[in-house]
Design a protein around this ligand. Structure first.
Ligand code: DOR
Ligand code: ZN
Length: 422
């Protein structure tokens, strides 16, 4: 199988250059100008070619919550969003806390055969925070990391053991950071808007305390750690200073944290309910600054699809989460590159190279001999987000009516076109 992608602008780590790409047997066989047309030709005139986007934090809901999403619908949504590879969190039912569930997820994803799906095992059995899960067995079955995402591991000794075990098996802990006692049932950011709406607030400190604890453990043990979905300006600052003294900490944030402020909760739209909560303008600015200077290594979606019945209830009862995998690329490109100071190469670093590096996954760059995982996008294409048109079962987005730029034209995995806008 051989084809050439012609006339596109290729996003390399050191800049964007017009190049043709010869794809052969799932690999990038050659990159160069005016390559002869061998086999089929994909005309990428006016399009940009990125290394295949990687989302290291999604919820695919299978097994157990297939009404919200399943591996097939989530994979379809992923490739429609330009993602060639995703890593799925273990808060399924049963929880992915053992090798059987890990193996099942991999098996299902291979049957579906769209994007690459890497399971993340849980840290503790049932994500209950009490007893370590079968970390070694899950790693052997293909878990690329461990996380109790959706919850924090409140017991610091268990977290210490988890980091040590994970490190022994050469995988990382991805830490959902919130002190559950301090959150105490809070559903939005604690501040002016929680007071105005009467919704129970959650302090930044609930998140920051756990970010600081994970960093303290990482520093004391000299074991790498990754902080999930950072939402606070103060959390960004804690990570920045830890990095400056050499702590092996990496971190992520999501489009909703650099697009929105908690003003959006004032009309009680439950699609704005997410954990951690959307915060204030100084947080939003700090997330952008963190993504610019690399304090925040990568952009993830925390794609958290929910059904109508989970969201069409009063705010305090609604499920936390945003269906984000189909809007992440456009939202990130529009806010950070088109309206901001980020270069396309930096965007590719945050959405592809960094997650690949953090988790040791293949892909992340466009190079001869490398895997042909590619995302081709039309950056000039403008559209208005409409959650009802999502491929995902989860239509829960706070971005309905938002005008964005950057439409995914093709998603190519191992050389196969898995999504085409046409
Ligand atoms: O908003 C969220 N939704 N945050 C999480 O940490 C979990 C996720 C979910 O599973 O729905
Ligand atoms: Zn999550």
């Amino acid at each position: 199988m051989k084809y050439v992608i012609k006339n596109g602008s290729v996003v390399f780590s050191d800049g964007v250059r017009p190049c043709d790409i010869l794809v052969e047997d799932g690999k990038i066989a050659k990159i160069g100008e005016n390559l002869p047309a061998e086999g089929e030709v994909i005309d990428a005139e006016g399009l940009h070619i990125f290394p295949g986007l990687i989302d290291m934090h999604v919820h695919l809901r299978e097994p157990g919550y297939e009404g919200k999403e399943d591996i097939e619908s989530g994979s379809k949504a992923a490739v429609a969003g330009g993602f060639t590879q995703v890593c799925c969190m273990p808060n399924t039912n049963p929880v992915n806390d053992n090798a059987v569930v890990t193996t099942y997820i991999k098996y299902r994803a291979e049957k579906v055969n769209l994007c690459k799906v890497n399971p993340i095992g849980s840290i503790t059995k049932g994500e209950k925070g009490e007893e370590l899960a079968e970390i070694g067995k899950m790693a052997a079955a293909g878990a690329v990391a461990i996380s109790d995402d959706g919850r924090s591991v409140m017991d610091s000794k268990i977290m210490r053991l988890a980091m040590e075990y994970a490190n022994d098996f050469n995988i990382k802990c991805l830490c959902h950071c919130e002190d559950e006692n301090l959150v105490d049932g809070g559903v939005v950011n604690e501040g002016l808007n929680s007071t105005i709406t009467g919704l129970k607030g959650s302090l930044r400190a609930a998140e920051d305390i756990m970010i600081a604890r994970e960093i303290a453990l990482s520093e004391s043990l000299d074991i790498p750690v990754h902080i999930c979905h950072v939402s606070t300006y103060s959390g960004v600052e804690i990570i920045r200073s830890a990095k400056a003294r050499g702590v092996k900490v990496t971190a992520e944030s999501c489009p909703h944290y650099f697009w929105l402020t908690d003003d959006v909760i004032r009309d009680f739209d439950t699609n704005t309910k997410v954990n951690p909560p959307i915060r204030e303008e100084k947080d939003r600015q700090a997330i952008i600054a963190g993504l610019m200077d690399g304090t925040l290594d990568c952009i993830v979606t925390d794609h958290a699809p929910h059904g109508k019945k989970d969201k069409q209830v009063e705010y305090s009862l609604a499920a936390f989460g945003i269906s984000g995998i189909e809007t992440s690329f456009s939202l990130s490109y529009t806010k950070l590159v088109k309206e901001g100071e980020m270069t396309l190469s930096q965007l590719a670093e945050r959405m592809s190279a960094a997650p690949a590096r953090i988790l040791g996954l293949e892909g992340g760059k466009i190079e001869e001999g490398g895997v042909a995982d590619l995302t081709i996008a039309d950056l000039a294409a403008k559209y208005v987000i409409d959650g009802e048109k999502f491929v995902s079962k989860g239509k829960n987005t706070p971005f309905n009516g938002t005008e964005v730029y950057g439409r995914v034209a093709y998603t190519i995995v191992d050389g196969d076109i898995k999504y085409s806008a046409k």
